[in-house]
Structure formats: structure tokens, C-alpha cells
Design a protein around this ligand. Structure first.
Ligand code: KG4
Ligand code: ZN
Length: 342
């Protein structure tokens, strides 16, 4: 089964052609970084206008690079949320039109399910039960799966997402945009033990996350040091360690208690060098296989949406219940497949 996957949830326009949920025949990502960098963040209106300009050419390129035409496509999978509403709208409208015109199913995919299924692209796939750490610019969640499409959210952030604080701290200390990869690189040159960051205590949950305190502490430290250039490497290293320590603080306990047979990290922040290193170490200690997508599949891409769409189609035996009336939802909740169709 060949699926065309489309993601326009934020500021990347991406289309990919994926065979049987595993083999990416193409994966085209048109980045808008240069358009947003001067504003220090994604400008929603600019993002949606750009999606509108490039989505059709990007989809044509994805088909051409895969060596197929629309006649070879069996289904279209599209992110219908969560994300920026205007951006999502462009992708969903296009996917609906394409599926309708080609007479093929339209599969709606939750963006985080997409990130999780990036780990199913390739030869070796995770075994269930599976514990996922999904960390992006908008989300930081631990999601447990007993089987395909059965998602149960164990932990989430109470305030900022991990990627968001990477970006904000990077911006305040004068690094590039988006800041996560720049801060990651700088952190490799600093001492992670130079500034202590206590692990936040979260009332009512021992698993949930909170990153805004870490962000504020990092910014105050920079200010009190007179914003000196020489502070930056140690600050970046200590801050990155604080974020990663928190992301992984409950993972060992959860892997043991849930009987998970695989551990997977995904989302843009899963490209982080320290998070990858520490996750690998933890998985090795527990003798559980770690799945982490190649860096290009950590950040937003159409291949992960096509992979999730393929499995959703197999599991539910159907496509979007709303068919041509499917609407994007900026705050779309994560539900298990099948439950969102009743
Ligand atoms: O998944 P993604 O492409 O978009 C969302 O769904 O949000 O994630 C983008 C986020 C940005 O905040 C970016 O700074 C962060 O992922 N990111 C990183 C790294 N590479 C990307 N954060 C930390 N270290 C990295 N190496
Ligand atoms: Zn994402």
C-alpha cells in the first residue's frame, strides 16, 4: 500500500511517499526558517501563506522523486492537528481535494502519532508494549502503547514544552533560529555541572513535566552574569542537562513498571545529542531496545504522517469518518484509533 503523507502543522511544508508504512520512497521538506528567523519565532500568518505557495510543488516533487504518479497512490494521510490552525487548514484542504479527485481514502493523523510512527520507518520496528517520549516545539509527553494506535498519555508538560524552552533560552543568549540545534552544539563545549538546576517538584503527579522554571533560572543566571559571552557554553551545557534530566527522570521506573519491551524517543528535541546519548545509556542498562529516528525524521516531515496513516488504515479498516468534511483542529486531543470514529 502506497500512502502520500502531508504535514503542514507548523512552519515546514512536507510531503512524502511511503510504501507499506516502512519504506520512504521520498520525503520532501520545504523549510520556512529563513522567513521566520528575523522575528525570532514562527509567525502564523506568514507560515500559512507560504504553505499555500509551496504545497502543490512539494507534493509533485514527492511523487516525482518516488517515481510514482497520483494513480499509484492508495491513500492520502494528513495531519489534522494539533498545530497552527491556518497552517493545518492548508494541508487538510489540499489532502481532501486530492483524495476526492483521485477517489482514494483520506486518513486523518494526529501530529504526535506521526512523530511516534517515525520510529516505524525502516527495517527494524519497535515491539509492544512501547513507551514513547515525544518531545517537540509544542509537546513533551510520555505516551504508552499496548498495540498499534492505542495511546495512553502518562505524562505531559504543565507549562512550556521542552523545544520551546530550548528556543527561548537560545534566542535570549543570542543564538540562531530555531535555537534548539544551536544550543545543543554550544552545550557540547561547556561544563554541564557548572550551574545547578534543581529538578522541579510537580504537585499531583510524579511523572508530569515543567520547564518554565528551568528557563527562568537560565535567563536570570545569564542576566546576573552581565550577559557575558564567556558564560554561554557552561550555561548552555547546564541548561541542556537540566532539561534532559527532567525528560528522563521517570523513564526508568516506567519502563520497569509497565513491562515495556521497547523505548522510543521522537519529535524535534529527539535530535538532541545529550537526550540521544542518555536515552541510549538508560536503555542499555535496562537491556531494552531504544528507537530514535535519524535526525531528519525527528523534526516535522511527511513520511512519519504517511507511516502513521498506513497503520491507522490497517487497524481501523477505514479512513477519516468525516471524509470530505474533515476539519483541522489546533488543539486536537490524542485519542486511540477507532475511538475517534465513534
Ligand atoms: O517536531 P518539531 O519539528 O516541530 C514541532 O512539532 O514542534 O520540533 C521542533 C523543535 C524546535 O523547538 C527545535 O528547536 C527543536 O525541535 N530541536 C532541538 C534540536 N533539534 C531540533 N532541540 C534541542 N536539540 C536539538 N538538537
Ligand atoms: Zn512536530
Amino acid at each position: 500500500m502506497i500512502v502520500l503523507g502531508i504535514d503542514t502543522s507548523c512552519d515546514d511544508t512536507s510531503c512524502a511517499v511511503v510504501k507499506d508504512g516502512r519504506q520512504a520512497l521520498s520525503n520532501i521538506v520545504s523549510s520556512q526558517t529563513s522567513l521566520h528567523s528575523k522575528y525570532g519565532g514562527v509567525v502564523p500568518e506568514i507560515a500559512s501563506r507560504r504553505h499555500l505557495e509551496v504545497l502543490i510543488p512539494v507534493s509533485h516533487e514527492a511523487l516525482a522523486q518516488a517515481g510514482v504518479t497520483i494513480k499509484d497512490i492508495d491513500a492520502v494521510a494528513v495531519t489534522n492537528g494539533p498545530g497552527l490552525l491556518g497552517s493545518l487548514l492548508v494541508g487538510v484542504c489540499y489532502a481532501k481535494s486530492l483524495a476526492y479527485a483521485a477517489g482514494i481514502p483520506l486518513i486523518d493523523v494526529h501530529h504526535l502519532a506521526g512523530h511516534i510512527y517515525a520510529n516505524f520507518l525502516g527495517e527494524k520496528v519497535p515491539e509492544f508494549p512501547l513507551l514513547n517520549l515525544v518531545v517537540s516545539g509544542g509537546h513533551s509527553e510520555l505516551i504508552f502503547m499496548e498495540s498499534h494506535g492505542r495511546f495512553s498519555v502518562i505524562a505531559e508538560t504543565r507549562d512550556d514544552a521542552a523545544g520551546e524552552v530550548f528556543d527561548k533560552v537560545a534566542r535570549e543568549i543570542g543564538l540562531g533560529f530555531p535555537g534548539g540545534p544551536y544550543l545543543d552544539k554550544l552545550a557540547e563545549t561547556g561544563d554541564p555541572h557548572s550551574i545547578p538546576f534543581p529538578l522541579p517538584k510537580i504537585r499531583g503527579s510524579k511523572y508530569d513535566y515543567s520547564f518554565s522554571g528551568i528557563k527562568t533560572r537560565a535567563l536570570l543566571e545569564f542576566e546576573s552574569g552581565g550577559k557575558a559571552e564567556r558564560l554561554k557554553p557552561d550555561l548552555a551545557a547546564s541548561f541542556r542537562k537540566a532539561v534532559v534530566d527532567q525528560l528522563l527522570h521517570a523513564v526508568e521506573e516506567l519502563l520497569i513498571n509497565t513491562g515495556a519491551r521497547s523505548f522510543a524517543i521522537s519529535g524535534g528535541v529527539a535530535a538532541n545529542t545529550l537526550l540521544r546519548r542518555e536515552s541510549r545509556k538508560l536503555a542499555e542498562e535496562l537491556n531494552i531496545p531504544l528507537f530514535a529516528p535519524p535526525k531528519a525524521l525527528c523534526t516535522d516531515n511527511g513520511a512519519m504522517i504517511a507511516a502513521a496513516g498506513y497503520y491507522k488504515y490497517k487497524v481501523t479498516d477505514c479512513c477519516s469518518p468525516e471524509g470530505p468534511w474533515l476539519n483541522p483542529l489546533a488543539g486536537l486531543e490524542m485519542q486511540s484509533w477507532g475511538e475517534d470514529m465513534q
